[in-house]
Design a protein around this ligand. Structure first.
Ligand SMILES: Nc1nc2c(ncn2[C@@H]2O[C@H](COP(=O)(O)OP(=O)(O)OP(=O)(O)O)[C@@H](O)[C@H]2O)c(=O)[nH]1
Ligand SMILES: [Mg+2]
Length: 301
């Protein structure tokens, strides 16, 4: 056993799922906990579609955080797959963090209460966006409103954006995890591939650049990733579910797609620290969001 994975006297480890309604700030918290951008963030709901692992390590513990898609009532098969990522936490997580936007904590009857009951795990309530609440009273009220609906193990108010309360959250989680060794080398941040992160960065730019239904109708697949010393050559296809969306995506004389390529390349280069030669292609696959075969091959299992 390597030095890194040897259990110390009081070393702790475990899996912690971050769940909540879309836009609550789950991915913002996840990235802040890990000190790097592993998960994409936008102002739009349902940005995250996968379950993304990120490894937090210090001398005393290793916490595998799992960022998840926002909890919704699914309307199509892709959304059902997204909710499966949340429900699977029941078997895979030791503890849950339930994130709530402090400005609008879920009401009685909200779909999250059903999900929390189904997951049958200890849950820490995290009231987020306190920077927007204008004082402790609103945060306390949000905690009280949620506690009426669910029996939380603990509750805390934070701002994932400015980081206040995040160290306290880590300490609180650590104390609730069982003793055990690290699962992964302590300098490793995740076990997803660079292909995955690149496709997510392109999807992030799709959400930021295009309106309405378009980003929700897109999947991004990296079909070729060839590394050279100074430059990575990346081909990515963007799949849309209707022919009309292809035109919107490409824009007049290719202007929209060009802009998407420029912005995505910048993000990818920031991630890899290298130059990227990015080529984007648009492909129509009618109603892919409802077809098991397409979903599977696009990584939505
Ligand atoms: N002011 C403020 N904004 C925040 C905070 N945390 C997140 N946000 C913003 O809230 C929006 C949604 O953040 P995300 O982290 O993408 O939310 P999410 O819960 O992962 O959303 P989905 O993936 O769609 O479920 C973004 O515009 C964030 O910048 C916070 O503490 N304060
Ligand atoms: Mg997210």
């Amino acid at each position: 056993m390597s030095e890194e994975t040897k259990p110390g006297a009081d070393h702790r480890s475990g899996f912690v799922g971050i769940i909540g309604r879309p836009n609550a700030g789950k991915s913002t918290l996840f990235n802040r906990l890990l000190g790097q951008k592993l998960s994409i963030i936008t102002h739009k709901a349902q940005t995250t579609r996968h379950r993304i692992p990120g490894f937090y390590s210090d001398d005393t513990c290793q916490i595998v955080f799992l960022d998840t898609p926002g909890i919704i009532q699914p309307a199509y098969l892709l959304q059902e797959k997204m909710m499966d990522h949340v429900l699977r936490l029941r078997n895979d997580a030791d503890l849950l963090v339930h994130m709530v936007d402090g400005r609008r904590p879920p009401e009685p009857g909200d779909v999250v209460w059903e999900t929390l009951a189904e997951l049958k795990l200890p849950v820490v309530l995290v009231v987020n966006k306190v920077d927007l609440l204008g004082g402790d009273q609103a945060a306390d009220e949000a905690v009280a409103q949620c506690r009426k609906q669910f029996d939380y193990a603990d509750a805390l108010a934070i701002s994932a954006l400015d980081g206040s309360g995040v160290d306290a959250l880590i300490a609180l989680i650590r104390d609730r995890l069982p003793p055990g060794p690290a699962f992964y080398p302590k300098d490793q941040a995740s076990d997803l591939s660079m292909r995955f992160f690149v496709s997510e960065l392109i999807r992030e730019q799709l959400f930021l650049l295009y309106d309405k239904e378009v980003p929700y109708s897109c999947a991004v697949n990296v079909v070729e990733y060839r590394e050279e010393d100074l430059i990575d050559h990346i081909d990515a296809e963007i799949v849309v579910s209707r022919n009309s969306q292809k035109g919107i995506l490409i824009g007049k004389k290719g202007s929209h797609l060009k802009e998407l390529g420029i912005r995505s390349r910048k993000e990818i280069e920031e991630l890899t620290g290298k130059q990227a030669n990015l080529k984007l292609f648009v492909k129509v696959r009618e109603k892919w969001r409802d077809k098991e075969g397409f979903l599977k091959s696009y990584g939505y299992r």
